[in-house]
Each structure stands twice: as C-alpha cells, then as structure tokens.
Ligand binder design. Sequence first.
Ligand SMILES: NC(=O)c1ccc[n+]([C@@H]2O[C@H](COP(=O)([O-])OP(=O)(O)OC[C@H]3O[C@@H](n4cnc5c(N)ncnc54)[C@H](OP(=O)(O)O)[C@@H]3O)[C@@H](O)[C@H]2O)c1
Length: 245
Amino acid sequence: MSKKIALVTGGTGGIGTAICRRLADDGLQVVAAYTNEEKAKAWKDQQKEAGYDFEISHINVGEFESCQQACQEVVERLGPISVLVNNAGITRDGFMKKMSWEKWHEVIKVNLDSVFNMSKACLDNMLEAKYGRIINISSINGQKGQMGQTNYSAAKAGMHGFTKALAQETARKGITVNTISPGYIATDMIMKIDEPIRNSIMEGIPVGRFGKPEEIAGAVAYLASDEAGFITGSNLAINGGQHMC
Ligand SMILES: NC(=O)c1ccc[n+]([C@@H]2O[C@H](COP(=O)([O-])OP(=O)(O)OC[C@H]3O[C@@H](n4cnc5c(N)ncnc54)[C@H](OP(=O)(O)O)[C@@H]3O)[C@@H](O)[C@H]2O)c1
C-alpha cells in the first residue's frame, strides 16, 4: 500500500524538523516546505545522513498562488496530501506604539493568511478522498496575548477561529482540523531571546523548563493518526502549565 503524504510548512525549522521526523517514523511520506533554498538543501542532506529521506517543496505560505502551484506539483509528483501541518511562522515583535503596518502585515500573512492559503490548496483533494488531517501550529501567545506581539498574538488567535469554523464544515467528510498551541519550546526562535529575558520566561513555567520540539511532534503525530478521528475543532495546549484554560 502506498504511504500517506504529509506536507509540513516550515518543515526545515526547529519544530518542523521534529514533526517531519516523527511523521516519517510513523510511516508517512513527508514533504517539508521551505522558502530558504540553501538552508533546505543542506537540511535535506543532513536528514539523509540521519536516515530520513524527505521531499522538499518551495512554498511561500503567505502567497496564495505559491501555495496553489506548489501543492498541485506535489500532488502530481507524489499523490494527494492527506495530512497538512501549518507550522510555518515568524515573529516581528515591537510595542504597538512603534509597530509598523509592514510588521503587522508580514506576521498576519505568514502566520494566518498561510493557514487559509494552504488549507484551500489541499481541501479539494481531501474532500474527494473523504479523508484529511489539518493541524495548525498556533502559540500560547495566541491564547493569553503577549505584550510586544499584537501582530503575532492576533495571528495565532485567528488560527483558533479558523480551526473551529473549518472543523464544523468538514466534520462529516472525514477531515479533522485541530490546533496545537505550544508554549516556549527550545528552538532558535526562543534561544535567540536575550538570556536574562529567557531565564525570566523559564521561571514562569511551572514544569521548570522549555518544551522539546519532539513533545510538539508527538501531539502532531497523534492528531494526524487514524485514532484521532473523533477529535476535531480542538486546541491542544502544550506549555508546561504556563497557561491553563
Ligand atoms: N519555538 C517556540 O517556542 C514556539 C512557541 C509557540 C509557537 N511556535 C510556533 O511554531 C512554529 C514553528 O516554530 P519554530 O520555533 O520551529 O521556528 P523556526 O525554527 O524559526 O521555523 C520557522 C519556519 O517557518 C518557515 N517560514 C518562515 N516564513 C515563511 C514563509 N513566508 N513561507 C514558508 N515558510 C516560511 C521557515 O522556513 P525558511 O527558513 O525556509 O524560510 C522556518 O522553517 C511557528 O509557527 C511558531 O510560531 C513556536
């Protein structure tokens, strides 16, 4: 039997890499989407050395046409996409007083428009197959808000509304749509925060440490599995107890 195909946006990043590996370990054929060609090629070689044979696909998730074209190309080359993980994301922090429209818009495009663009590009095939898994990687800061991140908090909160609405539309079609909201996970995105600020963030995490990318990947793998067919429209908070709701 041919393998199910999973497409992971931001697949070459910190959390993305762990997701790609875990889905591959679970027997899926994984396509990692990227924008940085040089980084992606080096990443693919590194993964190969570690025993993972990933496909890669250039997709600018903020651009509707880029998503349409790239997904069509993946479908033609490999087959329909069964699992979509909307994981690509960026931050452009700044207090509202100094937040430019460009910083606002860039973050909304990459973190939220992307979810529409990619889901739209994959949905028809999922509907035809009467099967699909869409998993959106949001953030604790979309749940609780974070000063200096009006753009990011708004984009990540918007994902929840999208998830719940699309989950209702697709519930009878074999397609589940869920969100995962990670807390602070030890990736480059977090490790580039100044050390004193990072330490003060860690003090606020009841579990007493940052999360591991593999801890997010494990939840993605579960939501992507056949076993999770009764979970849809949900939000799974994985944050070491930092925000409970
Ligand atoms: N790390 C955390 O603590 C944390 C906490 C909560 C939520 N999250 C969320 O988890 C997700 C992954 O975060 P991470 O820590 O793994 O970050 P990361 O290592 O910086 O990875 C982000 C990925 O997004 C991709 N990307 C950026 N702009 C893109 C665009 N326009 N089109 C397509 N891909 C684009 C990047 O690919 P290229 O390099 O090829 O551009 C990169 O692979 C993000 O959505 C983030 O907001 C992270």
